[in-house]
Design a protein around this ligand. Sequence first.
Ligand SMILES: [Zn+2]
Length: 636
Amino acid sequence: MKTDKLHNALSAFPLTAVEPKGWLLRQLEIQMKGLTGILHEAWDSVGSYSGWLGGTGENWERCPYYLDGLLPLSYYLDDGKHRELCDRFIAWALKSQDKEGNFGPAASKDDYWSRFVMLKVLIQYAEITGDPQVNVLCKGYFKYAAKSLDQRPLAQWGKARAGDLLYCIKWLYEQEPDAALIDLAQKVSSQALDWGGLYTNFPFTRATSFYYNWDKVKANNTWSQFDVAMAFHATHIVNVAMGLKFPAMQYCFDHNKDHYAALKAGLEALAKYHGTAAGIFNGDEHLSGNSPSQGAELCSVVELMFSLQCMLESFGDPAWGDLLERIAYNSLPATISEDFMSHQYLQQANQVLATVAKRNWFNNDDTSNTFGLEPNFGCCTANMHQGWPKFLKSLWFREGEDTLVSMVFAPSAVKLVFEGCPYKLELGTSYPFRDILNYKVVEGRGKEFTLKIRHPQWASNFDVRINGKPEAVTSVDNFLVIKRIWDCGDILNCHFAMPIAKSRWFNNSLAVERGPLVFGLDIAEKWTAFRETGGIKDYEIRPESEWNYALDEGGTIEAKEKEIADLPFSKKSPPVILEAPARKLPSWGLENNSAAPPPLSPVQTAEPVEIIRLIPYGCAKLRISQFPYYSEASLK
Ligand SMILES: [Zn+2]
């Protein structure tokens, strides 16, 4: 086959083109001061005995997962100590390549999946350093894979997560087009789990427990038989989140528009049957329906963020920018402690008790919603680090030669070149807590180009000023499009009014939103350490205030903006709060150690009206985010 240009609606910037600023930079610093900065010393799975340093320790996905976040984080923070740590692992990986082209720890030589993750790390390393050894390793590994896949086709995790391999093949192809890579991409596609087919006619419209009994599957089968006994990989929540990348990557190679339709249908089905207000899909750890008391795994949060980045690059659909913000600004901060020292395996949209107890999970353990080093299983301990650092690559894209796209909003700067002239633009903002975006050209002069700003679906009103003067801008296909000659010092202020909105979820439950933020009831939390490993504590959280409220459906909700503290997602000083009229609902209580699913609304209650305080979902480790509601007019 001849070599062609790949098909992307947008081009991603190399990670070095974007800089974090403002609260996002602080968030990265908090992360490095927390678990990300100490994990190599604190947790043996990624420690000095790692198989990825030639040792006898863990030799599968955990080190590559960790580096996938640690490497870009160290780069953005210019942190020499952690860069050196990454370099040790990377140097070992580069040296480990054998004559056939395979690489990595000998003990896991036959595993494809863990190599996909390390390739993603090496790609980031190449973007940072330009080290040509990465291209050499990729070429060798892809040659090896092309042969090896004929004898030993993709299976299990490799088959479910083949989109990540396509991502890596695409990266090399963009630098060194080679028809053999197109053939390899076709081979990989033909062996992979058919995510496009699954999303187009999504078969799992109920919780996985409706179709399969986990206890029976586990009792009657060995691990390698799970996939025969049930649709194990197709219902696995992390796979489902990662699988969204697969049609997006296929599209780059085959330009078949059906992939876009499949993704649209898939996202719609996932939201309808397994969705929560905070954006993430329930899976504990298989798809678990849309009750706000089911759980969503942290790995699926960060993987869905990365899949959306890839989908945005392939198709440029601004609706997916909305979804990415919903997840990054709600689901992600909610499931990691403010100091980044502990995390949950599973988060609940309605989470009123995070304790060691049996809950209605499909197959996760009793520690899954506690905050700790390694609740339930260590995948999230290794994988959570990619969330914030890789998010930076989703903020800005380039479209063709003369358009810069501001897709997802966070304080940042981007460097690029227009017709030979270097430009740098800064986005100064306290978004998502505030509604103003201030774009400033800080370098560059005299070139005409287009700035496209995503027009979020929740924003019906907006206005734009350039250098202080109102500018008539229309929204075209959900982008504000501004074409002009840009000079250093130019300032564009864009204001998207953030109305308070109410959205409907499971059993008619009601969520309150303001712009990209979802809000949760501010429940007094009591944190108690119940275990300590190498100085890192695991916590249970119990409520010290009531949580069983129903909202007034038509009640007026008021927003109050507060100071944005050093911790952007802070429970103590949330950057914005809402006050809403509500009444207690005494009949709504606990069920199997979680808030019972909210009763079908509208509900009846004779309790008096109270004004309750709602804070951003990401600030509330205990919360109700999907409320039952009543209507004042129909109360008996
Ligand atoms: Zn995980």
